[in-house]
Design a protein around this ligand. Sequence first.
Ligand SMILES: NC(=O)c1ccc[n+]([C@@H]2O[C@H](COP(=O)([O-])OP(=O)(O)OC[C@H]3O[C@@H](n4cnc5c(N)ncnc54)[C@H](OP(=O)(O)O)[C@@H]3O)[C@@H](O)[C@H]2O)c1
Length: 317
Amino acid sequence: MRVVVIGGTGHVGTYLVPRLVEAGHEVICISRNQREPYQPHGAWGQVEVVEIDRKEAEEQGAFGQQIADLEPDVVIDMICFTLDSARQLVNALHGKIQHFLHCGTIWVHGPSVVVPTTEEQPRRPFGDYGIQKAAIEAYLLREARLNGFPATILHPGHIVGPGWVPVNPAGHLNTEVWGKLARGEALALPNLGMETLHHVHADDVAQSFFQAMANRSAAIGESFHAVSPAAVTLRGFAEAMADWFGEPARLQFLPWETWCDSVTKEDAQTTWDHIAHSPNCSTHKAQRLIDYHPRYSSLQAVQEAVNWLIANGAVQI
Ligand SMILES: NC(=O)c1ccc[n+]([C@@H]2O[C@H](COP(=O)([O-])OP(=O)(O)OC[C@H]3O[C@@H](n4cnc5c(N)ncnc54)[C@H](OP(=O)(O)O)[C@@H]3O)[C@@H](O)[C@H]2O)c1
């Protein structure tokens, strides 16, 4: 297959592109060519890199046609955030490709009702990002089911891997939380620490795209969660990580407003975004239909990322 990956040098592309090359696909990666993948891999030597700034190309109404001109069999869109953006691509690719895979997010779900949340549950997104992604999902599924556009949507959880900062047990990205847990220092968590996070290793997200491609007929017209086998509570996550560092977890639990005063405004906002969603998503449908079997638990994925942070001096233990 000739596979175009739009935004293929990021968290997921770092793992997905080598997988595709190793499987014998011809891979073309679209990016602004501003960054390198997180991990080196010999497969990148066989990848054609096409430099396009999607935002600029879309403003000129040229992006969809530029992708169609590459004559792909499969298009994997990692960086679509608005309905207009999705429409431009679908209009240009209709009837010309065998499979279209879009990267969504588990934030198409709003607050959970019955957990683990399945893909079938009604969408109740909030926040611009989740609302836009849910609108794109609804549009692509409709195009698939009514007009035969071969779309599949993969919804990752909080993507984790060596090279960037994972969401921590306080629900934000400040690396000082890891330092506190590693040194056995007190760590304050909001509320009772029972809200949830649902991580996924970037290589498992790559696996979900790869498996959807390999199980095309079952995947078209469907969306799938790409998450670890199970979500974690903030409290359980903090305790497990302290244990991993070999220190007792010295946790304090503070009411939301009081807790907000103990962190920066930015960290409080990030935590709110995570715990207001408190995702807990099922992998059952992806297991059943596309044979998705995540290799990493949430804790294993985070531990690999934290080991990288420690090795690179980003966490003082
Ligand atoms: N991060 C998470 O935890 C998370 C969770 C759920 C869902 N998601 C979804 O994951 C997707 C992002 O995947 P990712 O995390 O693997 O990507 P990423 O790490 O953010 O990398 C983005 C990729 O897109 C390229 N890019 C960025 N802006 C571009 C532009 N204007 N034109 C062309 N290329 C551009 C980047 O390369 P250059 O910079 O060189 O152009 C890079 O290859 C999004 O759809 C997001 O909604 C992410």
